[in-house]
Design a protein around this ligand. Structure first.
Ligand SMILES: [Zn+2]
Length: 92
């Protein structure tokens, strides 16, 4: 498989109208009660407000990754802090 990095025009931000910049982002998804992180997603990122968008092809690829249970099982695991709100903010 050859993956050629193609420039994609993301246009302007829907929210603040700034010109979107192409970046590789890390995005978290909750899938069937499990938190997964997909890294190096090509996306348009707004330099002003931080809004993120992906093009349709990337969106489809993300859906495939999420649907593939085997690749999820085989992926390296991250350890993330899980904090209960009530414990950290007692009496609030
Ligand atoms: Zn924006």
């Amino acid at each position: 498989m050859t993956a050629r990095f193609k420039k994609y025009d993301y246009g302007k931000c829907d929210i603040c109208d700034a010109l979107m910049e192409e970046r590789q982002i890390k995005q978290d998804f909750w899938v069937r009660g499990e938190l997964i992180v997909i890294e190096d997603i090509p996306a348009g990122v707004c330099p002003r407000c931080g809004e993120k968008i992906v093009n349709a092809a990337v969106g489809r690829r993300i859906a495939e990754i999420i649907e593939n249970k085997e690749s999820m099982l085989n992926a390296p695991k991250l350890l993330v802090p899980a904090i209960k709100y009530a414990a950290e903010h007692a009496g609030v």
